[in-house]
Write a protein that binds this ligand. Structure first.
Ligand code: CUA
Length: 363
C-alpha cells in the first residue's frame, strides 16, 4: 500500500512537470473567439490529468520491471498467486469514474456556453462542395459569396453546414467536408444528405479583427489538399456594415446580370471559381485547368480524338456533363465532380458553355 502511494506521489509530480513543459510549447494559434478561449481551459485541465495518469502508470511499470527482473538464467521464480485486492479495485474504479464524470459535465457545460446565442443572431449557411466553401447570408437577404466569409467582431454567428450538390438516389454524389478555422477553435462537418433542422451547426463569437484560414478537415478527394483558403475576414462593426451594404448592392447587381449575362451568373453560383481560373470572371482557382486556355484544350482534345463536340461551346458542355471524356494536360481524372450534369439545368449548362466559349462576354 505504501508502495502504491509512493507511485502516485512520484507519478503526480512527474505528470505535473511534463504537463507544464508540454504547455510551454505554442501548439495552438492565438485565441480568436470566445469559444476557443473556453475550450482552452478545458484542454489544459485534460492535459494535466492525462500526464499525471500516464506518469503514475509509467512509474509503476518502471519499478516493476526493475524490481521483478530475472536475476540470471537460473532464476525461474514466479510471483505469489493473488486473489485480488478489493480496496485497490474500488479505488481504480472510483477515481476514473470521478475524472470522466467531471470532464463529462465540464465538457457539456462548455458546449452549452459555446452554443449560446441570441434569438436574433446572424445566421450564415456554409455551403461546402468539391472543392470550395461558399457563404449564404440567410439573415441578410440570402445572398451568397464565394470570395470568403465576412463577419463582424464581437457578436455570435450561427453557422449551418450544407453540401448542396448531393441529391439522394441520383448520381450527385457529393462527399463530406469539414469546416475548421483553428483560431476560432470550432470544427463542423458538412454531411451529404443532412439538411433541414438536423443540419450540422456551429457557433462562433469572433474576438479579434483579422484574416484567418479555413481548412477542410475531411479527406474529400483529389482537391482536398487545396481546400484551404485564407479568406475568413473578421471586421470591425463599422467596416462590416460598409461591407454588408456593398455585398447587398453586388447581390442586386448579380440579379440584374443573371438576365443580361446568364452564363456568368451560373459560373458564379455553381462555384466554378473555386477550382478554375477564368480572368473575365475574376476567378483564380487552381484545382482544375484554367478556362482562359480552354481553346487550346479543345484543339488538343480534337487532335487526340477525345471529343465528339463540333464547336468550342459543345466541348465545354461535354466537359461539364462528362468531365472525364477529355482530361487537360497536367491534371488527373476524377477531380471535377460529375454532378453538374444533373445539378444544373440544361439551360444553365448551355448558358455557361456559351459564356465560357465566348471568353466571358454576355449573350
Ligand atoms: Cu473538402 Cu477535404
Amino acid at each position: 500500500m505504501k508502495r502504491i502511494l509512493q507511485f502516485v506521489v512520484l507519478g503526480t509530480v512527474l505528470g505535473v512537470i511534463m504537463s507544464a513543459l508540454f504547455l510551454l510549447v505554442p501548439w495552438f494559434p492565438k485565441d480568436g473567439s470566445t469559444q476557443s478561449n473556453r475550450d482552452r481551459t478545458l484542454f489544459i485541465a485534460i492535459t494535466y490529468v492525462s500526464f499525471v495518469i500516464l506518469m503514475v502508470v509509467v512509474v509503476a511499470i518502471a519499478y516493476s520491471l526493475w524490481k521483478f527482473r530475472q536475476r540470471g538464467p537460473s532464476d525461474l521464480r514466479d510471483g505469489d498467486p493473488t486473489h485480488g485486492n478489493t480496496l485497490l479495485e474500488v479505488v481504480w474504479t472510483a477515481i476514473p469514474l470521478l475524472i470522466v464524470g467531471i470532464f463529462g459535465v465540464w465538457g457539456a457545460v462548455t458546449l452549452d456556453h459555446n452554443e449560446a446565442h441570441a434569438a436574433n443572431s446572424r445566421v450564415i449557411t456554409v455551403v461546402a462542395y468539391s472543392f470550395n466553401f461558399e457563404y449564404r447570408y440567410d439573415s441578410d437577404g440570402g445572398f451568397t459569396r464565394n470570395d470568403g466569409l465576412y463577419v463582424p467582431v464581437g457578436s455570435t454567428i450561427v453557422l449551418h453546414m450544407i453540401t448542396p450538390l448531393f441529391t439522394p438516389g441520383t448520381t450527385n454524389t457529393e462527399v463530406i467536408h469539414g469546416f475548421w478555422v483553428p483560431e476560432w477553435g470550432i470544427k463542423q462537418d458538412a454531411t451529404p444528405g443532412v439538411t433541414g433542422k438536423t443540419v450540422g451547426t456551429t457557433y462562433v463569437t469572433p474576438t479579434r479583427v483579422g484574416t484567418y484560414e479555413v481548412q477542410c478537415t475531411e479527406l474529400c478527394g483529389q482537391g482536398h489538399g487545396e481546400m484551404h483558403f485564407k479568406n475568413i475576414h473578421v471586421l470591425s462593426k463599422a467596416a462590416f456594415a460598409t461591407w454588408l451594404a456593398g455585398a447587398k448592392a453586388d447581390a442586386a447587381k448579380a440579379k440584374a446580370q443573371a438576365k443580361s449575362n446568364p452564363g456568368l451568373s451560373v459560373f458564379n453560383t455553381a462555384g466554378c471559381s473555386g477550382c478554375h481560373t477564368f480572368t473575365p470572371a475574376k476567378a483564380a482557382g487552381k484545382v482544375g485547368p484554367s478556362l482562359d486556355d480552354v481553346t487550346a484544350d479543345y484543339t488538343a482534345a480534337k487532335a487526340a480524338g477525345k471529343t465528339k463536340a463540333t464547336d468550342l461551346a459543345g466541348f465545354i458542355k461535354e466537359s461539364i456533363i462528362d468531365p472525364n471524356a477529355y482530361i487537360a494536360k497536367g491534371f488527373a481524372p476524377g477531380i471535377m465532380p460529375k454532378s453538374f450534369g444533373t445539378s444544373l439545368s440544361s439551360k444553365q449548362i448551355d448558358d455557361l458553355s456559351a459564356y465560357l466559349a465566348k471568353g466571358g462576354s454576355g449573350k
